[in-house]
Design a binder for this molecule. Sequence first.
Ligand code: HEM
Length: 179
Amino acid sequence: MKGIVFTEFLDLVEEKFGLETVDEIISKSELPSEGIYTSIGTYSFSEMLQLLQHLSFRTEISIDNLLLVYGEHFFTVIEKSYPGLLATYKDPIDMLSSIENHIHVEVRKIYPDAELPTFIVEEKTTDSIVMIYKSSRAMHHFGLGLMNKTFEHFKSTASIVLEKLKEDGTEVKFIINKN
Ligand code: HEM
C-alpha cells in the first residue's frame, strides 16, 4: 500500500481525533515502519489494518464507517494531486466505468507497486451502473466514499447499494443509480 494512503489517513485522524489518538493507534500497532511514512514509499497493508482496528476500538466507529469517511477525504487528495486525470471526465458514471481500464492504469504508471482493486462493469446505462469490486483488502467502503464524492464532483448524487458476494468483503457488487 502506497505511503500517501498512510500519510493522508494519519492527517485525517489527527484532524478529527487529535494527535493523542494518532500516537495511541501507532504505539498499539506492530509496525515494521514504526509509523514513519513517506508519501512515495510502500508499506504492508497489515499496517493499515492494525491502525484501523485500533482506531475503531478507540472511537467505537466501525472499520467500514472509518473507511467510508476516509474514502470521501481521499477524493479531495485526488482532486488536488491528479486534476488532469479527473478533467478527462464529464460524467460520474463514465468515470466509474473507467477506473479499471483508464484511471487505475494511469495510477500504476505513477506507482508501479500500487495495490489496486479490480472493478468489473456488469451493466451500464446513462444513469446507472452495476460493478463488481474484487480485492483481498476488502476496502469496499473506501470505494463507496470515493464514489459518493465522484457524484458530488459532477454536481450530482446517486443511490449506491452494496451487496456482499463474499462474506469477508473481498467481492462486492455495487448497484449505482443516479438521482
Ligand atoms: C486505491 C488512485 C479513483 C477505488 C487507490 C490507490 C491510489 C488510487 C493511489 C492506493 C494504491 C496503493 O495503496 O497501493 C486513484 C486515482 C483516482 C482513483 C488517482 C482518480 C483519478 C478511484 C475511484 C474509485 C477507486 C473513483 C471508486 C471506487 C479504489 C479502491 C482502492 C483504491 C477501493 C483501495 C485498494 C483496494 O481496494 O484494493 N486508488 N484512484 N479509485 N482505489 Fe483508486
